[in-house]
Design a protein around this ligand. Structure first.
Ligand code: COI
Length: 357
């Protein structure tokens, strides 16, 4: 379905384009910005008209609330270019609704729908040359809001900036990952902000992840914060376990992000005869027992950036559990089906694909 222009967002062209100097097929994830960005400020109790301007640094007071209290939210989305050079977004409205529920949780004023939807659409259209083609290649889209009011009173800001930046992207992970199951640190707690895309959720993972990397793992499987027994997310991804032919993932909650890739994978799997799907809590003991009796076939993470990333092994209480490669891998099949929809290779029976231009 074609996305239509709902409001007219002005574009100021960048006279100093950097496009000629960049090989968009060789950009490390999220490092190279394009020539333009979208900005939109909240002041005097209202979101102002968004505009697309040449990419440049923000000028901000060191007093800005975001620096002191982390009042900041974000989204992760991608634009895909098909073989005919048409450009597509994937379930963008789901990102919009989650953005506003993150905003609400962080006492940030909600954004009008057309500012987000048309803002993202028009920025992607403006930067269409920057989108690399081919499976695994995309334009990564990062909408975010930061608190800009000056003053270090610990209270919600009265002023904000909504911005969207985009970056040509290749794979997030190039290989399968080895993970350690969290026994000490937690990503989220009941009543907390784990279900929201809050900047601090990710920053808080850095230290435990650094420790895991030192021990030879790439990521952590986050467990519940009370007993460290329930398996909830993996690194920056939702996590799935395949036991025999059943795919299991934890239900969303205060502690678990309602991932767009997660729910798309669930829907695709439900429609495949060979896969059973269970959305239910799963414990480390169940996982270890399934490994022991040979019924644990696969573990994989899902996320916009990482798409579907296989997990090669997990470690718990200093013991490593390796997974054998499966000839009939669910991760491979689900990734193929998902990419086929995202890149306009197959019919989109779910109505997820939205055409930018
Ligand atoms: C995404 O998968 O798009 C995310 O937002 C996670 C991010 C930390 C790369």
């Amino acid at each position: 379905m074609m996305m239509s222009e709902t409001i007219t967002i002005p574009v100021t062209q960048n006279p100093n384009t950097n496009y000629q100097n960049i090989d968009i097929y060789n950009c490390p994830f999220g490092k190279i910005h394009t020539d333009h960005m979208l900005i939109c400020d909240y002041k005097d109790g209202a979101w102002q008209m968004p505009k697309i301007v040449p990419f440049k640094n923000f000028e901000m007071s060191p007093f800005s609330r975001v620096f002191h209290y982390g009042q900041a939210i974000f989204e992760g989305m991608k634009a895909y270019k098909d073989e005919q050079d048409a450009v597509w977004l994937f379930r963008p409205h789901d990102n919009f609704t989650r953005f506003n529920s993150s905003a609400k949780r962080m006492a940030i004023p909600e954004l009008p729908e057309e500012y987000f939807m048309e803002g993202v659409r028009k920025l992607v259209a403006t930067e269409k040359n920057w989108i690399p083609k081919g499976f695994g290649n995309s334009l990564y889209i990062r909408p975010f809001i930061i608190a800009t009011e000056q003053g270090i009173l610990a209270a919600p800001s009265s002023d904000y900036r909504f911005a969207v930046i985009v970056a040509p992207a290749n794979a997030y992970y190039y290989n399968d990952v080895n993970v350690v199951v969290a026994e000490r640190y937690s990503r989220a707690a009941n009543g907390g902000v784990g279900a929201a895309k809050v900047a601090g959720n990710y920053g808080a993972q850095f230290y435990p992840t650094q420790l895991a990397i030192k021990e030879g793992y790439q990521q952590i499987i986050w467990t519940d914060d009370i007993e460290h027994k329930y398996l909830e997310e993996s690194g920056t991804m939702n996590v799935f376990f395949r036991i025999n032919d059943t795919l299991i993932t934890a239900p969303t909650s205060d502690r678990i992000l309602d991932g767009v890739t997660r729910k798309s994978v669930l829907k695709i799997a439900e429609n495949l005869e060979r896969m059973n799907v269970e959305v239910r809590p799963i414990t480390i003991d169940e996982l270890k027992a399934a490994h022991e009796d040979g019924s644990l076939k696969e573990i994989f993470g899902t996320g916009t950036a990482a798409v579907i990333t296989p997990i090669a092994s997990f470690s718990h209480e200093n013991k490593a559990y390796k997974l054998n490669k499966q000839a009939d891998s669910f991760a491979v099949k689900l990734k193929q089906d998902l990419l086929n929809i995202q890149y306009n290779i197959t019919k989109d029976t779910f109505g997820w694909r939205k055409k930018v231009l």
